[in-house]
Design a protein around this ligand. Structure first.
Ligand code: HEC
Length: 150
């Protein structure tokens, strides 16, 4: 009986030590959304808030500024900026980051997201417009390399 326990203990120890040396480190991240879902449901809606909050539209009644006119609307721009900051991180999660330039574009998203947040704090629609243009150029730059044809 003692013999059996000993061999069981050895077997268990072997099992545990092999379980402690996994080939890939375990993560708690849920990366089940694919890149299209991440783009369509996370990054694009946040970016649209920025792009729809600066500049002008022209209709039959003339030119209208898109700049927010309420504190609530400015808060939505700030929240969008924060979502863009975090989207940059999310794009770099293990299994998502493709290569060095991917990481660079993801960091650029976070940088511009912070600028959008600051512009929203200052309620500066010219700055939102400018950072919106930079944001767009980051999307295009990554797509040119990693999603050609978009
Ligand atoms: C770090 C790289 C990277 C950045 C930055 C990036 N994208 Fe993408 N995006 C991709 C890749 C890769 C795909 C292609 C996914 C696929 O087809 O599987 C894609 C696809 C898309 C799609 C198409 C999704 C679909 O349903 O087919 C949209 C929309 C999109 N991106 C929006 C954006 C916007 C808006 C930005 C900037 C605010 C942006 N992306 C920035 C990598 C990036």
């Amino acid at each position: 009986m003692k013999q059996l326990f000993n061999s069981l203990a050895i077997g268990l120890a072997a099992l545990l030590s092999s379980a402690c040396e996994p080939a890939a480190p375990p993560t708690d991240y849920d990366t089940s959304l694919d890149m299209k879902q991440l783009m369509r449901h996370v990054l694009e809606p946040a970016s649209d808030v920025v792009w729809d909050s600066a500049g002008y539209v022209v209709d039959s009644e003339g030119e209208h500024s898109l700049a927010p006119t309420t504190d609530e609307a400015w808060a939505a721009v700030k929240a969008a900026g924060a979502m863009i900051v975090e989207s940059g991180n999310v794009l770099m999660l293990p299994g998502r980051a493709a290569d060095a330039d991917w990481v660079e574009f993801s960091r650029a998203l976070s940088t511009v997201g912070h600028k959008v947040m600051a512009a929203a704090d200052a309620q500066d629609d010219d700055a939102v417009f400018e950072h919106g243009a930079t944001l767009y150029s980051v999307c295009v730059a990554c797509h040119q390399i990693h999603a050609p044809g978009l």
